[in-house]
Design a protein around this ligand. Structure first.
Ligand SMILES: NC(=O)c1ccc[n+]([C@@H]2O[C@H](COP(=O)([O-])OP(=O)(O)OC[C@H]3O[C@@H](n4cnc5c(N)ncnc54)[C@H](O)[C@@H]3O)[C@@H](O)[C@H]2O)c1
Length: 414
């Protein structure tokens, strides 16, 4: 088969590799010419995909910035970003432009699947009508479905193949076609009756995480005021063999999904005279976490009789998540911005992030970051970094991830 993939990012590239490794031909489309060039050089820019794997896929992945080759595909998967506008409303701009480009080359008999996370109704009310501007009829001349991506960057225990794939077609036939397609690369397909059910299932998964992270973060703030060790509390609660699922406190939510996707649903809910209160509340609590972390930093410095102004603070780990270099919505950026506003001198060490362009900061070597430092803050705990050494060498350390807590550490915990 020939599979088209629009948007070759964290979602699109692993899908392209999966289909290519099964012997299918992939048209890999991205509007970012640098990504297309990198793919042509067989250089991966996504941590979970090695350049060797990309090279092994060889000519089966054909990278392009043009929509025309999509006309040759049996199926086209749309994996473009679905961000929020400055007013935190859904920004369907990339999805609309990808769909319009596809409509221009759409062929009878093709299957189109939306993988981008979005609100219930997008596939039926926005994507299908735009594709029909081609003159072809959805569900009749071509098939349309929604199938959410569940990739978790950095995870190795579950892969695309071993993670069940939810699929909802516009019609019965659309669902059948989409199931057949994903059976090529996934062991288990979970079929739901409509695209709306599949769209909402993805949002439920992400909102579940967002709400539970907010809950444990709120507990962490309260435990801090009460003088109780939140990590000990979470460890203890997590020994319950049923009815409890562990979530760890931290500096806030990051990445492209959790800080963004829930607001697609709360926006849509307003049309149905509903205020999605859990979503809004979780967003509020999680957005406040970087400010709570700044308050903790101020307290640690205060205990050492130092003001924030003029203090040299080394941040360890600035990406949003351990083991990956993704900076999107990373709480570290907000913490740095606020501390700089207070006059702190910030350096950072993160083996996954060579520079933070928007803050004009570059990765500092591990030793150099600790040189003359007043406070070291573990913001994101990459497995390759020696956190014990940070605590041993810095005059003061604050651990926002609880990674040093077990070893009679002198670091202050979140
Ligand atoms: N990253 C994740 O862990 C994850 C997990 C599940 C779902 N998702 C969802 O999948 C979607 C994609 O996320 P991502 O993390 O892969 O984003 P990404 O930014 O890594 O990749 C998206 C790619 O789409 C390209 N693009 C933008 N507009 C385009 C257009 N009109 N035509 C073709 N390409 C275009 C961009 O240049 C970029 O390379 C989002 O809806 C996201 O919510 C992401």
């Amino acid at each position: 088969m020939t599979i088209g993939i629009m948007g070759m990012g964290y979602v699109g590239l692993p899908l392209a590799i999966a289909f290519a490794e099964e012997g299918h031909h992939v048209i890999a489309l991205d509007t970012d010419a640098r990504k297309v060039e990198a793919l042509r050089r067989r250089e991966s820019y996504v941590e979970d995909i090695s350049s060797e794997r990309l090279a092994a896929a060889g000519d089966r992945i054909e990278a392009t910035t043009h929509a025309q080759p999509l006309a040759r595909c049996d199926a086209v998967l749309i994996c473009v970003p679905t961000p929020l506008t400055a007013n935190r409303e859904p920004d369907l701009g990339p999805l609309v432009s990808a769909t319009r480009a596809l409509a221009g080359v759409l062929q009878s008999g093709q299957l189109v699947v939306v993988e981008s996370t979005t609100y219930p109704g997008t596939t039926r009310e926005r994507v299908a009508p735009m594709l029909e501007e081609s003159g072809l009829v959805a569900g009749h001349d071509f098939h349309v479905a929604f199938s959410p991506e569940r990739v978790d960057p950095g995870r190795t225990d579950y892969t695309l193949r071993t993670t069940p794939k939810v699929v909802g077609g516009l019609t019965e036939a659309c669902g059948d076609r989409a199931v057949e397609l994903y059976e090529l690369v996934c062991d288990e397909i979970v079929r739901v009756a409509t695209p709306e059910a599949a769209e909402l299932a993805k949002l439920l998964e992400n909102i579940f995480r967002s709400v539970n992270i907010a809950l444990v973060n709120e507990m962490a703030i309260l435990a801090d005021r009460m003088g109780i060790d939140i990590w000990e509390v979470v460890d203890a609660a997590a020994t319950k063999p049923y009815g409890f699922m562990r979530f760890d406190p931290g500096p806030g939510m990051g990445g492209h999904c959790l800080p963004v996707d829930p607001f697609y649903l709360s926006w849509r809910a307003r049309e149905f005279d509903m205020t999605a209160e859990f979503i809004e509340l979780a967003g509020k609590v999680n957005q406040n976490m970087p400010y709570h972390c700044v308050a903790r930093i101020e307290r640690v410095l205060n205990d050492a009789a130092k003001p924030v102004r003029g203090s040299r603070i080394a941040m360890f780990g600035v990406s949003y998540k351990a083991g990956v270099g993704d900076l999107r919505e990373s709480p570290a950026l907000k913490i740095i911005e606020v501390l700089r506003g207070l006059g702190a001198d910030i350096v950072y060490h993160d083996p996954h992030v060579p520079e933070v362009t928007e803050l004009g900061l570059y990765n500092t070597g591990f030793d150099e970051a600790l040189d003359g430092v007043d406070l070291a803050v573990i913001v994101t705990a990459h497995p390759s970094v020696d956190h014990e050494a940070i605590v041993a060498r810095a005059p003061h350390a604050l651990d926002l991830r609880g990674v040093t807590r077990r070893r009679a550490s002198t670091a202050v915990q979140l």
